[in-house]
Design a protein around this ligand. Structure first.
Ligand code: HEM
Length: 130
């Protein structure tokens, strides 16, 4: 029986989620230690988009191997990963008084939204595309 770990796409999502969770937790500990909570929303979005959303996508593909083939799951992974990786530092800088990073935060937000739309496409299409 195929498990989440034996499904390469699901494993990719979970490995990425684990790495981003560690980064997010380090930043949480940094905030606690420094007392600078200005970028709490950046920490929250890294943990939520980078770990929670990523893991939910990974669970879905692990449970539905027929939907985990083709290009769409890989494009979805790329969109969500780039969104989390770009949003975290740019939002942290924005919230620490650097408004010039706002366009980057906006771009990352639309990448995350694009991922969510692609996830809906994967769910609504009759069967996986090659
Ligand atoms: C080592 C683990 C973690 C530490 C040390 C940590 C630390 C913190 C700190 C210091 C804040 C700011 C609180 C404030 O200013 O009121 C915060 C906010 C937050 N954290 Fe974490 N956190 C951790 C893990 C997580 C995880 C795993 C998630 C989500 C999956 C998460 C989600 C949030 C959210 C949603 C907020 C509120 C953000 C906001 O008020 O804008 N955190 N965390």
């Amino acid at each position: 029986m195929e498990t989440i770990v034996s499904n390469p796409i699901s494993l990719l999502y979970f490995r990425t989620a684990a790495v981003l969770l560690i980064v997010g937790m380090f930043y949480g500990i940094y905030m606690s230690a420094s007392g600078n909570h200005a970028a709490a929303a950046a920490h929250a979005h890294l943990n939520l988009i980078g770990f929670v959303v990523m893991a939910v996508y990974g669970i879905f593909f692990g449970l539905n191997p027929d939907r985990s083939t083709g290009r769409l799951p890989k494009i979805l992974w790329a969109l969500n990963t780039i969104a989390a990786v770009v949003m975290f530092p740019s939002l942290a800088l924005l919230l620490n008084g650097h408004p010039s990073f706002e366009p980057l935060v906006a771009a990352a937000s639309f990448l995350a939204l694009g991922g969510a739309i692609l996830f809906a496409v994967v769910l609504f299409m009759p069967k996986a595309t090659a």
